[in-house]
Design a protein around this ligand. Structure first.
Ligand code: GAP
Length: 457
């Protein structure tokens, strides 16, 4: 993460096809970003390894892909309609809307525990310290008001205000409402898990910090349903370890990660922690793990009138399962990876190379095919076609070979393959390792097996 600032990262991502500002040609839309050809591969790979670890390799875990728009009663049952709000205030001078807690956090440089403050306490703190608007520099605030974070839309069938539909602010509820369907159709026995990866939407007003907090983002959430409180605490600990190990296996340095237990627990949670990451703008939440008791299923039973009781097939015991939730943003994790594995290295000739040391499993392209000379492009494209059947590859024939290596280094391609005269004679190629920059000669079949082995996660 050497020398990395957010400005540098944003510029790098824009220039290399990782991320662009959303609606760019219309001057953007605040807090939205579009993944380019390189970024979409990176994020897809991240979602894939998460799914592999937490569904494919996790015994008794099942996937779901629920609708983004759900019956509005879901959000009453979950508590979002009543309390999913942020304390916001408007600057009367420049009309900017700000979160009061963020203003205090930034002003106090994290030394004040805003989570523990009431709105009145926050108001007093802002007045006492005369915290100014970060946009215009004036101290001219409206009082703090709670703003609903859910986006609303409407089917407009009746034109009635009761016709409201919310864009889901988390994927978790799609897992809870399908608990009975999944249990019945898979015949899963408690303990078992339900996972979902998908979009969530929040009307966040927190400018800056790139994709850290956006209004549209993807979550990777996993609910683990178990019998009772004793098991809830046991699996809470287990999921803390699993979430931590997942990050270490991606290659995160453990010194850049920390657990931060919640001091103030939500009314439904009996234990909660975040894994926080050392972003260039400071330590911030990467993922959350909550022991949520039987709150969610109990609330859905109450609001839907449908029975959420699980019947143990051996003992015939009936109970509403407890839940341990592990939730991580796909975009938040992608951002942390973009920060953690960025490097600038000084080469022997004094030049600087920007390199992403991504784990090969998440690298956007696994192999870049580079013909040494233009007249070798036919053979190179034949090899590209062969390799592309196995993994994502890219092709580059413009510029010196040194420049082409640099281009691949800066998007983290782990292997560059050069096509030269010998390739034309005996179907061997030179493979260059991104991290060591060492090269060796191998046959094309050897290359395929070698790369397949390296991209295992
Ligand atoms: N179901 C629990 C839940 O949604 P959360 O802490 O609000 O909990 C979980 O969100 C994760 O989703 C966070 O740890 C973060 O990684 C990601 N996330 C939340 N809000 C986000 C936003 N506005 N932009 C990007 N990622 C976000």
């Amino acid at each position: 993460m050497k020398n990395l600032t957010m400005d540098k990262l944003v510029a790098h991502c824009k220039n290399t096809g990782i991320l662009y500002p959303g609606s760019d040609i219309y001057d953007g839309l605040a807090n939205t970003w579009d993944y380019g050809p390189v970024g979409v591969e990176l994020k897809n790979n991240i979602k894939r390894i998460w799914w592999k670890r937490f569904v494919q390799e996790s015994e008794n875990s099942y996937g779901v892909d629920a609708a983004i728009m759900m019956n509005p009663r879901v959000w009453e049952a979950s508590g979002h309609v009543q309390s999913f709000t942020d304390p916001k205030m408007d600057c009367k001078s420049c009309k900017s809307r700000m979160r009061a807690d963020t203003l205090i956090e930034n002003f106090s440089k994290g030394s004040v525990d805003v989570d523990a403050m009431t709105n009145d306490e926050m108001q007093d703190y802002i007045n006492e310290h005369k915290i100014k608007c970060p946009v215009c520099g004036n101290f001219d605030w409206t009082p703090i008001r709670q703003f609903q974070l859910m986006f609303k839309t409407s089917r407009n069938i009746t034109g009635d205000s009761n016709d409201v539909i919310y864009l889901r602010p988390e994927t978790a509820q799609g897992e809870f409402v399908n608990f009975m369907n999944i249990q019945r159709t898979t015949r899963a026995k408690v303990p078992f898990g339900i996972a979902q990866v998908g979009k969530a939407f929040r009307n966040e007003i927190t400018p800056g910090n790139f994709t850290f907090r956006t209004i549209e983002f993807e979550q990777m959430e996993h609910q683990w349903f178990c019998k009772n409180e004793e098991e809830g605490f046991k699996y809470y600990k287990e999921y803390k370890d699993k979430a931590w190990q997942f990050l270490l296996d991606i290659g995160f340095n453990k010194d850049d990660l920390k657990f931060k237990d919640h001091e103030k627990l939500a009314h439904y949670a009996k234990a909660a922690t975040d894994i926080i990451f050392n972003f260039p703008f400071g330590w911030n939440e990467l993922n959350g793990i909550h022991y949520r008791t039987d709150y969610d299923l109990r609330r859905h039973q109450e609001y839907s009138g449908k029975n959420m009781m699980y019947i143990d097939p051996v003992t015939n015991e009936k109970y509403i399962p407890h839940d341990v939730e592990y939730s991580i943003g796909a975009d938040r994790l992608t951002l942390a990876i973009l920060c953690e594995f960025y490097d600038e290295e000084t080469l022997e000739n004094g030049e600087t190379r920007i390199v992403y040391h991504f784990h090969p499993a998440i690298a956007p392209y696994k192999v870049a095919v580079l013909p040494l000379q233009k007249n070798m492009s036919e053979k190179a494209k034949e090899i590209l076609k062969k390799l592309s059947k196995h993994f994502m590859c890219t092709y580059d024939e413009s510029g010196s070979i040194g420049k082409r290596y640099r281009r691949q280094d800066q998007i983290g391609t782990p292997y560059c393959v050069t096509i030269d005269f010998e390739t034309l004679e005996n179907e061997t190629i030179t493979i260059r390792d991104r991290d060591t920059m060492e090269q060796k000669r191998v046959s094309i079949d050897e290359l395929i097996n070698f790369v397949k082995d390296k991209i295992e996660f």
